[in-house]
Design a protein around this ligand. Structure first.
Ligand SMILES: [Fe+2]
Length: 206
């Protein structure tokens, strides 16, 4: 009897934000992101100094949930999603919890990209999508074993998702994606004239 199993899984969580907790109004969230970005001169300066395309609040605003009620509501919803994902991952959390470490806004203009990266010092990372105009890019995930595949052939174009070396997720507004923080990812170029807006976050175990 032949048996082929999958081992050492990389899980990707994709859900509607509204599947847990109190609804977060997408229009209000989008407006809040734009207003915060517009007011955050320190953040704008940081982006300019670091050649960052568009805007991120990552370096300038570390307390969005305390300053803005809609972010507090969003975090309550995200906590429930992260708890559901931790259950799927069979994490033994003991008497500690996964808790929010950082949450930040990303506004990616036409032509903007975010090159490949991981999120150090975290356990679960994720993004919720606030504005995804037509032509806004997906998020691309990379097989963490890529460096070990020196002589391996590439995969068939129609390979199952779990066998692909790269996977492009195409989230819609109101969706949330979660993954383990070691999983390398990037945002390919935004080909839309309109801004791609997302809110990203890290959870730690503590
Ligand atoms: Fe990221």
């Amino acid at each position: 009897m032949t048996e082929i199993t999958s081992l050492f899984a990389t899980r990707l969580y994709h859900a509607k934000l509204s599947e847990h907790g109190a609804p977060v109004d997408p229009a209000e969230l989008e407006n809040s992101c734009l207003v915060i970005a517009d007011d955050d001169e320190a953040g704008q300066d940081w982006c300019e100094e670091h050649g960052y395309p568009g805007y991120t609040s990552y370096a300038s605003l570390s307390d969005l949930p305390w300053r803005f009620p809609i972010f507090k509501d969003l975090v309550a919803v995200l906590d429930a999603h992260v708890a559901a994902f931790a259950k799927d991952l069979a994490f033994d959390l003991g008497d500690k919890k996964l808790q929010l470490e950082d949450i930040w806004i990303n506004i990616l203009p036409e032509g903007g990209i975010h090159t490949g990266h991981i999120h150090p010092h975290s356990v679960i990372s994720g993004t919720t999508y606030v504005a995804m105009p037509d032509g806004a890019s997906a998020i691309k995930f990379e097989d963490p074993r890529l460096a070990m595949m020196m002589a391996a052939p590439t995969r068939m174009k129609d390979a199952r998702d779990e066998l692909r070396t790269f996977f492009y997720a195409k989230p819609e507004v109101g969706d949330v994606l979660l993954w383990e923080s070691w999983l390398r990812h990037e945002v390919p170029m935004n080909m839309s004239e309109e801004e791609r807006i997302s809110v990203s976050f890290n959870y730690t175990w503590g």
